[in-house]
Ligand binder design. Structure first.
Ligand SMILES: [Zn+2]
Length: 226
């Protein structure tokens, strides 16, 4: 198994997308994005990169073809195929990667505020258990760079369900979706020692794309392969 989280640097895109932007839907030059995806393919060690059309919902697809003919609209993917890398694009949302070394299964999830609210990470794990005979205690979870509670200011109307994950500072409300995601996956049996959380806040760290900080910008990615 190999996994990685990319940074901004090391790509071909220019301007707001400088430089390793992996997303085709953000207004960047498609040829540059393709070059960037080739660079990612080299890094992860397979040409078969599978991306999603992510819509902040909780649809999860099982990947049974190394070269899907069309991009699937979903926010989670699971596979036991070899020589294929599952990719999740982000710029503040949480890229979550999953690995069951016993059943040889990998998965990814795109978990922004709504994805965490919908417990998409738990749904991925439950599907790994139901469809691939995984045991929660054998699943490792890698929670990549994302916006942290230092920077994730929210308005009152989106705090429902997150009551235990808010703090108020200077009259502003800040949300900790990473902690909620971590707590949620532990409720269904993921062991604390098997959860790896990046300390990086994408809004604080300029080595990463941040939608909150920059508006028009690229997407970095989490990628995992068997
Ligand atoms: Zn921050």
């Amino acid at each position: 198994m190999k996994y990685l989280f990319t940074k901004r640097s090391g790509g071909f895109s220019t301007g707001a997308y400088d430089s390793l932007n992996l997303a085709l839907h953000v207004g960047d030059n498609p040829e540059d994005v393709e070059s960037n995806r080739e660079a990612l393919a080299k890094k992860i060690g397979t040409k078969n990169l599978v991306f999603m059309e992510q819509i902040h919902k909780d649809n999860i697809e099982i990947i049974t073809n190394k070269n899907p003919t069309k991009v699937m609209t979903c926010d989670g993917m699971i596979t036991n195929l070899k020589d294929v890398a599952l990719c999740v694009m982000v710029a503040d949302c949480i890229p979550v990667l999953f690995y069951d070394s016993l059943q040889r299964v990998i998965a990814v999830a795109h978990a922004g505020r709504n994805g965490v609210y919908l417990k998409i990470a738990n749904q991925v794990i439950e599907e790994m258990i139901a469809d691939f005979d995984s045991n929660a205690e054998n699943i490792k979870v890698f929670i990549g760079p994302s916006i942290k509670s230092c920077c994730y200011e929210v308005k009152n109307d989106v705090t429902k369900g997150f009551e235990n994950y808010l703090h108020v500072e200077g009259g502003k409300i800040y949300l900790d979706i990473v902690q909620k995601c971590k707590d949620d996956i532990q409720t269904i049996g993921i062991i604390k020692e098997n959860i790896d959380i990046s300390a990086i806040c994408t809004s604080c760290d300029k080595d990463y794309f941040s939608y909150r900080r920059d508006g028009v910008t690229g997407r970095f990615c989490g990628a995992i392969r068997l």
